[in-house]
Design a protein around this ligand. Sequence first.
Ligand code: NAD
Length: 384
Amino acid sequence: MVIQPKVKGFICTTAHPAGCEEGVKRQIDYCKAKGTVEGPKKVLVIGASTGYGLASRIAVTYGYGADTIGVSFEKEASGKRTASAGWYNTKAFEAFAKKDGYYAKSFNGDGFSAEMKRQVVDTIKKDWGKADMVVYSMAAPRRTLADGTMVSSVLKTVDRELINKTIDLKTNEIKEVTVPVATEEEIKNTVLVMGGEDWEEWIRVLADAGALSDGAVTLAYSYIGPVVTHPIYKDGSIGQAKKHLYDTSLRLRENFSDLGLKAYISVNKALVTQSSAAIPVVPLYISLLYKIMKEQGNHEGCIEQMHRLFTNKLVKEELDEAGMLRLDDWELQDSVQNKITAVWDTVTSENIRDYADLDGYWEDFYHMFGFRYENVDYEADVEP
Ligand code: NAD
């Protein structure tokens, strides 16, 4: 069938298999061109199919020469419905990695569940003996707890409601958005979904099974961002979950010190991914940021960020005073942020194209679903 994008708000409900393959190939080519450094060789990536997790998987495979196991939660195609982008990405990644001589196995299902953890641990024991790196890059809207209860995360503020500018992704217009205050219950649930509890559980299960090597490294990803997004991000409900994630990194180091486990938070740059597109205010900030960073020549996408993380920052153990890896270092430079502050109050629907890289935003958005690659034939009949 011929697959076209069907965009609904901040999501595209179709994905193109050949386009997703092209996206994966470009990320692999980027890393291949940079060469390898010494690093972990058996890497488990949880949340490995899109965004930062997929880029991590590619960066460790082609940057360290590592074998990988990936976990993600994606939809297979059925009838006229295409599979999700992450499903196609994973298939494409496995095929490329295997062709290039790397072990790559993928699991599709709920990473929060005990069953998934058991399957993955069994596979690590059988195929590798031990893993020497665990990357936790899951971004989920909800979680089913062990007792079967389902809890959801929310993108709301804490303490007081926020009224700020945002971009209406349907019309590219600047609108005012009111973000409500999360209830105690919503904050608690957001921490359960996006905090560190599940990361800790993965590490505990792996360690108990003897499936983590001495001196293993584990990473989870966070975001801090500029003052304009603090009420919705750093100080909002998701920020409470990220605080929990950070505290978890400290606890993991302490509780697994006998293994010499190194647990880090990497604070990454704001980028267009399926998760960030859903956050109010953030897409406007991202489109302003892209323009400024592209003009300054220091813009990076997921693969450039993850390649820099794994082959540079992590290898050098370049940490800030809180012990975190800072891949948002270029985003938060004064030269970038002073410009954001200056344009934030000025930008309107009329002048948005002068200040924001809307084309860059939408290019990344469509690419996430495998669309708008100039060398992919979108008129061709493809098997979904
Ligand atoms: P993403 O939506 O692109 O990826 C999420 C991944 O999680 C996918 O592989 C998905 O399949 C997987 N997943 C979701 N639910 C799952 C489940 N129940 N079981 C197994 N896998 C599941 O998101 P992303 O933006 O790459 O986010 C990854 C991490 O990076 C998050 O912690 C996020 O907060 C952080 N981060 C993102 C940004 C940004 O701007 N996008 C910036 C800094 C940090």
